[in-house]
Design a protein around this ligand. Structure first.
Ligand code: HEC
Length: 696
């Protein structure tokens, strides 16, 4: 009898081992649990700090490639993989999710939600990438471009339930990772530049997919009544008929759950449209644009907010990660959020009440001189709102820091931020303020940047180690270009970061000394993670140039030479004393424009083509027809020389399954106008030294 009991007990223990870790609230709140990387920012704090020390400032020189997995169909890779019980889960381009054995790189399953079939005209919005998935009690949550939230069985990759999170007729999109807490999974969306977007998030039951609660971030039409008192309050900060253009405030990235206060923080987006002269003509703060909004995690009820950019006019959204930290501010322990949004100020916010504790610029800022600590409001510079129709402002719409992950190391007390130093031109000289209409599946922010909005060489990037308490730069490393990926920091006194030029680096966390690097052969846009399997510490990273910086900045992105489709994308895993090598990289490849000598460019047609191109092709094929890597460079495409071939690709959609959307409304004369524009650009030297000199 006793033996049987023992066997039952042993079986129970054994089954438990097979079943593995239960990723739940306790698990995700446990900062000491070092083995796994179970959430987007590892734990609920979103610090991206790992207590692992096997790889440290003394041993990192022995770090090498353990294995790599080729991802030949992938393009933009921006995601954070998860590592749970020795299995890596990640999503690639077009939301394909994979599970891989962490020790060997063996593919266990793959789930393809077929988003090019589901996307309709949304395919034109260029967002083929996603920043991550969530894991909760044996399920993987995948949010697709077309707005589906799909729960997958983590063992098999088979869908358990699917919900549509927004009306598919609306030009919205998902690129962010869902977050999980208390048997709920929460997701927002984006799309303020593509149509009249009104921001919201929805929380669903993780078991069933049933809606638990929903919260709008900006008020709708008052005539329809307000959903809650928060919306009533927010409506007082808007003027005109803002609801016609949606208002904005989309929650496309940062969402942090705070177990200590049972709160969810939303990082909210910019206005829809960006231009406040149209959005809210008589002024106003426009709540809750560009804010951190705290909600009750159980009910989704509003608790408090802090707005970083009142009445925003520059796409200065506050969607960037919000990290939970315990800081000693003026001798008192503060439960704080640290946040480095696009507007260039580094904020410390009190989690109890949303009060501002500190705000100082972490990059060059000239739209505001400072943040007034009494009112918590920025003091704006006259002219910054392009009152006279045009103004150059620091930072640009790319922000002083974009969505690329910031990490925080409690041992050094430093935050590691991939920053961008770059001004932006904001002009509405040619925008018809009185009669502007919201676009529909077409980019229009009611602001013009000019075709060469961000020429090569105008911006710089760096990795900055920032002391939040002293609001001080401790060390920095200059980086190539402006579009560099997120960071990881560890108790081994290390910071890891990839680069736009395809190299992957380790520095000491306290001093920023360069300790180790590897060339991984293709631009990196995703942040690394670390975890442990059977006593061995691993580091994994997705390689593959991607995100907005691989699509919209044209020659500034093209300078790196990650031409569309030319370089293999991979999941690469590192450990100490491993010596594997990647196959040799092709190195940078630059488009060689076709100089069709018998093609005579007609200036009138070319300028008509320029307008069509800017409206519908530029977001992927790049401003000035210089592609940054997200799509082929049309100056080098033979298809652009034949209207028949163009008809098949551009009008009929013969390459749709590869991500080239179709434009059924285009007539022959539109195609001819596009041809003339692209030929004119092909004949013009590119504003990019590397592109012109390196052309193949
Ligand atoms: C959402 C992003 C996106 C937009 C917007 C877009 N394209 Fe494309 N385009 C692509 C991608 C991706 C490919 C490559 C598809 C493949 O791999 O076969 C492509 C391929 C093409 C090609 C074939 C190039 C070649 O030589 O193989 C042409 C021509 C083209 N696009 C023209 C246009 C024009 C003209 C517009 C605007 C009216 C446009 N595209 C808008 C993403 C886009």
């Amino acid at each position: 009898m006793r033996d049987i009991k023992l066997i039952v007990l042993l079986l129970a223990v054994h089954t438990n081992l097979i079943a593995g870790s239960t990723v739940d609230d306790k698990f995700l709140a446990d900062e000491e649990e070092a083995t796994n990387w179970a959430g987007y920012g590892r734990t609920y704090s979103e610090q991206r700090f790992s207590p692992q020390t096997q790889i440290n400032d003394k041993t990192v020189s022995e770090l090498g490639i353990k294995w790599y997995l080729d991802l030949p169909k992938d393009r933009s890779l921006t995601g954070t993989p998860l590592a749970i019980d020795g299995i890596l889960y990640f999503n690639g381009s077009y939301n394909v999710v994979r599970a891989v054995e962490a020790k060997t790189g063996k593919l266990l399953w793959e789930f393809d939600p077929k988003v090019t079939e589901h996307s309709g005209d949304r395919l034109r919005m260029m967002w083929d990438w996603n920043r991550g998935i969530a894991f909760w009690k044996g399920k993987v949550f995948n949010a697709t471009i077309d707005g589906r939230l799909i729960a997958l069985d983590a063992k098999t990759g088979k869908p358990v339930w699917t919900v549509q999170t927004f009306d598919p007729q609306k030009p919205l999109i998902i690129t962010g990772a869902p977050k999980v807490f208390k048997d709920k999974v929460i997701i927002g969306n984006g799309g303020t530049e593509w149509g009249p977007a009104r921001g919201f998030v929805t929380a669903y039951d993780t078991e069933t997919g049933e809606e638990a609660w929903k919260f709008y971030t900006v008020p709708g039409n008052p005539a329809d009544g307000f959903e809650n008192n928060a919306m009533k309050m927010a409506a007082k900060t808007w003027t005109g008929e803002w609801w016609k253009h949606g208002g904005g405030g989309t929650v496309w990235h940062g969402i942090t759950y705070d177990p200590e206060f049972n709160q969810v923080y939303l990082g909210t987006g910019n206005g829809s449209p960006w231009n406040p002269k149209i959005r809210s003509p008589e002024g106003g703060d426009n709540l809750f644009l560009c804010s951190i909004v705290a909600l009750d995690a159980d009910t989704g009820e509003y608790k408090w907010h802090y707005q970083t950019t009142p009445g925003e006019a520059w796409d200065y959204n506050s969607n960037m990660d919000m990290i939970l930290v315990d800081l000693k501010v003026k001798d008192r322990l503060a439960k704080a959020i640290i946040h480095a949004p696009k507007n260039g100020f580094f904020y410390i916010i009190n989690r109890v009440n949303g009060k501002l504790l500190s705000a100082e610029p972490y990059v060059k800022v000239d739209w505001a001189t400072e943040v007034d600590m009494k009112t918590g409001r920025p003091i704006e510079r006259a002219g910054a709102r392009y009152e006279d129709g045009e103004e150059v402002v620091w930072p640009s719409a790319f922000g002083g820091h974009n969505w690329h992950a910031m990490s925080y190391n409690p041992n050094t007390g430093l935050a590691y931020i991939p920053i961008i130093e770059m001004p932006g031109m904001f002009s509405d000289k040619n925008v018809d303020i009185m009669h502007w209409e919201s676009p529909y599946f077409k980019f229009d922010a009611a602001i013009e940047f000019g075709p060469d909005y961000v020429p090569d060489g105008i911006g710089t990037g760096a990795l900055r180690a920032w002391d939040p308490l002293r609001q001080k730069l401790i060390w920095e490393v200059p980086l190539p270009g402006v579009w560099n990926p997120g960071t990881l920091t560890t108790a081994g006194n290390l910071v890891f970061q990839g680069r736009a030029d395809g190299t992957f680096h380790a520095y000491t966390a306290d001093k920023g000394e360069a300790l180790w690097s590897r060339d991984l052969g293709v631009g990196i846009s995703a942040p690394p993670i670390t975890y442990n399997v059977d006593g061995v510490q691993y580091i994994s990273l997705l390689t593959g140039w991607g995100g907005v910086g691989a699509a919209t900045p044209g020659f500034m992105g093209a300078q790196h030479g990650w031409a569309y489709g030319a370089h293999m994308r991979r999941l690469v895993t590192f450990a100490l004393n491993e010596k594997n090598e990647l196959p040799p990289s092709k190195g940078p490849i630059y488009a060689k424009p076709i100089l069709a000598e018998d093609f005579v460019v007609d200036e009138t047609l070319a300028s008509r083509g320029s307008k069509l191109y800017t409206e519908e092709c530029m977001m992927c094929h790049g401003p000035g027809a210089g592609a940054a890597g997200n799509a082929p460079d049309l100056r080098a495409s033979p298809i652009m020389l034949s209207t028949d071939a163009m008809h098949s690709v551009v009008v009929n959609g013969s390459l749709r399954s590869n991500g080239m959307p179709n434009f059924a409304k285009y007539q022959e004369n539109d195609l001819i106008a596009l041809q003339h524009y692209v030929r004119r650009q092909a004949n013009t030297p590119a504003p990019c030294k590397a592109c012109n000199e390196g052309g193949l």
